[in-house]
Design a protein around this ligand. Sequence first.
Ligand code: ADP
Length: 482
Amino acid sequence: MASTFLGLLFVQIMYMENMIKMRNEQFAELVKRSLYSVSTMLEQNETKYFLDQDLEEAEATYSAMRGEPSYPITGDLPQSVDTTKLTRPANLGQLKDLHDSYSTKQEILKGQYLYQRGLLNEVILTILWQSSDRPIAERADSATVHDYLKSELEFNGIELPFEYAVINRTTGIVYSSAGYKPQSQSDVYSQVLFPNDPLSNQNSLNVTFPTRGQYIFSTIRFMIPSFIFTIILLVIFIYTITVAFKQKKLSEIKNDFINNMTHEFKTPISSISIAAQMLNDESVRKSPTMLKHASKVINDETKRLQFQVEKVLQMSMFDRKNATMHIEDEDANAIIYGVINTFMLKVESYGGHIDAHLDAEDPIVNVDKMHFTNVIFNLLDNAIKYRRDDEPPQLTVTTRNPDEDTLEISIADNGIGIKREDLKKIFEKFYRVSTGNRHDVKGFGLGLAYVHKMITLFGGTIKAESEVNKGSKFIINLPLIK
Ligand code: ADP
């Protein structure tokens, strides 16, 4: 799916790119065509100018020579004489007359033709030799260029605002419109004016369109929604996959947990059932030591069971949003003392010891007894779980009142410690330090997350200090009831 999405995005981007390219090319083509027309029109203009000038001059000399008022020599030169239109002559004399007048007419026409041809030649020569001497600003003045450009661009369907400049090859900008500021060479459309001028004195007409970008962009605007939808789809897809993975991980952890639990339940249950069977035995009941032993087994194993059940309950705490809490005023010292008692045997079985300095004079806090017990339990359990192999566990539990509003509980151990980078994350759900060589330690990364959540709910704070291979210290601060 991911590659399909990427492919889809790629195709869309390619499509957009192509559209922009095509549109640019089309635009450039139209502008080029308009510019070419403008250049042709300017050339025609110039021809007309010289023609007019020469005609004026010729007329002046002609009338001066003949002493007659000048008449315009305009109109077309007849290509041939239409003889059918001539009326038939009556006699020879008449015919001769007609011939004479016809010859003179022909002479006149010929004269006129030669004269006009000479005139045109002269104009052409002038254009060839002199025109490029005229200043360009005169040959193509700004207003004319503007008008021609505007009408030609409009004719080709480009109705964007434009800026233009006439630029000489050697002297640079001759004149330009007020807003002519090309950002880059690719913005400029250029056309040589009067291409027959000598190369060194050639001029070109440059045009830019300040809003061309928007214009081009407007043609691909319709693609944007499809682009956005694809992105949204991609985001949703990524989100769905992450959720699916999270769910998978969670359900794996739960399965592991349940498997572990059932296994852990089996041992105390079988021990208790053996003890119960012993109690059924008459001889055992008569021996006080045996009786004591059986009851101790039952007691210990029930505690173990209780602990396991508690763990399952803690686990379900995370799933139920509105877990019911029974917040009451509780004596923290008493609760901690109870938990230490249950742990004493365990620590001693590893050859260790728990030091308890429950010195807080005011230990009354507003907590849920069960959850608070679990919190202390988890912390002590971790302190033993993450003990060092080379040294017996040495735990120190203290309570004190650092000020009159706070109860501080600290649980310190001499265990393996936690690295600095892990220390920041241990309160996160499912975060476990890769314990490396400690494969025997089972856990789900939920213990401290639960502790953190509960302490926060009780209105307190918890922080951890640790040094690798020295030990860790968890410090809880809870507000006191006044
Ligand atoms: P877990 O189920 O793995 O014990 P926790 O949330 O209780 O999950 O602890 C998270 C991690 O913090 C553990 O994997 C462990 O590496 C580290 N940790 C917790 N308590 C201690 C401690 N007292 N000493 C050293 N490491 C600890």
